[in-house]
Design a protein around this ligand. Structure first.
Ligand SMILES: *[C@@H]1O[C@H](CO)[C@@H](O)[C@H](O)[C@H]1NC(C)=O
Ligand SMILES: *[C@@H]1O[C@H](CO)[C@@H](O)[C@H](O)[C@H]1NC(C)=O
Ligand SMILES: [Zn+2]
Length: 614
């Protein structure tokens, strides 16, 4: 993750990507919007290779009402206002209809059955017991992830490649394992998740791909882990045709002779031509994400940025039937398109739908890792720049009140302390005299905040949508970037809570793993999965740890609040939807170093197991 520094001083001419980034930035100017959204979407490429369409395991459980109980006492965490625990919940159809001890719910059930004359309530209430040691909690919500991009990254996942050669070998095996691709060398091979920072900072090239005889001659497009770069083969370069000499807000990496090396950064990614995505591609990606999410107990995902193609897919998919997971979509704001807040229809979902789209996602700045987040003061390791805004503050002051007035929840990506401050200025102006509970504006990431802005965040009632896993990924290099004092403003979750902020927790998958237990573990330990940190075994800035209850609420009821669905989701209370998870151990009490070994025994959506069994 380190070393922009060395490269930025290398003096090479646009041949070294990290040296090139500051140049492009400088030419774009600090408040220019030349750096448009370059999302994983840019890489949402066609992989025609997969033969199987993944069908999510919708094991129908249409056998009437049941009580779900623990033999060991109150092992169901309801996450209600008082964080009550109960022995049983009663599920009827899609809803939780009662909770309490086995005796209480049985007596009440038969009382109700005696009054009501419907056949289902006359039956004896079947009781299912969770296994010993297990617990039940509300289904996890991932409050910030990228659904189709995660699916795309899974098709040919390059995470964990220790060398460029390892990554090339994975591409080769993928081709050999997919006869349709193997037989047709014109098929695009797409994948993602590579990370040059673990390759000693060495960037990959087209030549690396072409060196393999199986890969040579095929169009290959591989997205980086942080979604800021595409690594392509010579064939893919050739299909791009004539390239412009330069790209606003992006870099075509070139060798000393001026030839493209096969690496496209930021906006240059858009030059990569790929066949349009078919419904089958999108469905396959969606199914991959759904399968992974269900496996980890996730029942709802807030998608932090749908482009028009993805939105159309989700709409048509939802029109065909309920989605297997709740999708809460933020529609991307694109400065180059006309303002749409007063024209586009919202999909309200009314809290219990499977598709809701009533939010807009706006980008204020870039990312810390690449030095693109907007700071008040220059970077410690690059004093020539304080980063940059991706959008002019005037534009934020213009569109934020318009979107809010037109009824769109407004979610703004802000990483650096300056970006967060400017967005809060805009929120503050827009919220004057307004009812924040009705609007629920969100800061996506709220990653680094000046103390005065933390105070404002709490006062204004703006939701902080944070990703604790980023903290344990970035803790190794953050202080180099920010210095020993400013780094304390970063991922300061405890301070945010103490200033009155409501946190909604997410993963930012595919940037991080989609497993919510990693989020939970990172929140409560601030340790790497191996159990260490730059500050030792107590965790990185241990005073910023969240309690387990806070973490659980941030992944359930508070995430539901952040999506206007706290009346129907996020806790196991009478009248709410029966979306819940059965875990094999008590994550509220096991040793912290055992948290990551937690297994999901069943994931249940609307009373029916979609993963595992009850
Ligand atoms: C690939 O080509 C081989 C040899 O021509 C053929 O036997 C096989 O059926 C083909 N497979 C597919 C999936 O087209
Ligand atoms: C603010 O909005 C919420 C949610 O729409 C509503 O319940 C509440 O009554 C409103 N408060 C005021 C003061 O209007
Ligand atoms: Zn994101």
């Amino acid at each position: 993750m380190s070393d922009n520094r060395q490269r930025s001083r290398s003096g090479e001419k646009l041949s070294s990507p990290d040296e090139a980034i500051p140049r492009a930035t400088a030419s774009a100017g600090p408040t220019r919007s030349g750096w448009r959204v370059s999302l994983p979407v840019a890489a949402a490429a066609l992989a025609v290779s997969c033969i199987a369409i993944y069908i999510s395991k919708q094991a129908p459980l249409k056998d009437g009402p049941y009580a779900l109980c623990s033999r060991e006492g109150k092992n169901i965490y309801t996450v209600d206002q008082e964080n009550s625990r109960v022995q049983c919940i009663v599920v009827d159809g899609a809803y939780v209809v009662d909770s309490g001890s086995l005796h209480e719910v049985t007596v009440r059930w038969h009382d109700t059955a005696a009054r009501a004359a419907t056949p289902s309530t006359h039956a004896k209430l079947p009781v299912r017991f969770i296994p010993p040691g297990g617990i039940v909690i509300p289904g996890f919500t991932d409050a910030h992830a990228h659904i189709l991009e995660y699916g795309a990254a899974q098709e040919l996942a390059l995470e964990g490649s220790k060398t460029i050669q390892d990554a090339v070998a994975l591409v080769r095996s993928f081709i050999l394992a997919n006869p349709v691709v193997q037989n047709d060398s014109s098929k695009f091979v797409t994948g993602g998740g590579w990370d040059h920072t673990v390759w000693a900072g060495k960037w990959p090239t087209a030549a690396d791909l072409d060196s393999d005889p199986i890969i040579r001659g095929r169009p290959v497009v591989l997205q980086s882990k942080d979604c800021h770069a595409l690594w392509v083969s010579s064939k893919a370069l050739e299909l791009m045709g004539d390239l412009p000499p330069e790209v606003d807000g992006g870099i075509i990496v070139r060798d000393s002779a001026g030839n493209p090396t096969g690496l496209m950064l930021d906006n240059a990614q858009e030059l990569v031509k790929q066949p349009p995505l078919t419904d089958e591609d999108l469905e396959r990606r969606f199914s991959m994400t759904v399968a992974a999410a269900h496996k980890y107990g996730v029942t709802a995902i807030h998608d932090a940025g749908l482009d028009p193609v993805s939105l159309r897919f989700f709409k048509s998919r939802a029109a065909k039937g309920r989605l297997p997971i709740r999708v809460y979509a933020m529609n991307l704001f694109d400065e180059t398109r006309e303002y749409w807040g007063d024209k586009m229809d919202k999909i309200l979902g009314d809290g219990d739908g499977t598709l809701t789209a009533r939010s807009v996602k706006i980008f204020a700045d870039g990312a810390l890792r690449t030095g693109g987040s907007a700071l008040y003061e220059p970077y410690e390791d690059n004093p020539s720049t304080p980063g940059f805004m991706r959008i002019a503050p005037e534009t934020l002051f213009d569109i934020i009140p318009r979107f809010l007035k037109d009824g769109w929840q407004t979610c703004v990506h802000a990483i650096g302390d300056r970006a967060n401050g400017i967005v809060l200025d805009a929120f503050e102006a827009a919220l004057e005299g307004a009812n924040v509970t009705a609007l629920r504006p969100r800061l996506e990431h709220a990653q680094m905040m000046a103390p005065v802005d933390m105070t404002r965040l709490g006062k204004l009632g703006v939701i902080a949508s944070v990703q604790p896993t980023h903290a344990i990924s970035d803790m190794w290099y953050a202080q180099d970037r920010l210095g020993p004092e400013r780094v304390k403003r970063l991922y300061a979750f405890r301070s945010l809570v103490d200033h009155g902020a409501r946190l909604a927790l997410g993963t930012d998958a595919p940037v991080e793993d989609i497993n919510p237990m990693t989020t939970f573990y990172a929140s409560v330990t601030r340790l790497s999965p191996a159990g260490d940190s730059p500050h030792g075994a107590e965790g990185w800035f241990p005073e910023q740890r969240l309690s387990r209850v806070e973490a659980l609420r941030g992944m359930t009821i508070d995430a539901a609040y952040a999506s206007f669905s706290e009346k129907s989701l996020g806790s196991l209370e009478r009248g709410k939807l029966a979306d819940f998870v059965v875990l094999n151990q008590d994550i509220m009490s096991v040793n912290a170093n055992e948290l990551l070994a937690t297994n999901v025994l069943a994931t249940v959506v609307e009373g029916q197991a979609v993963y595992g069994a009850l």
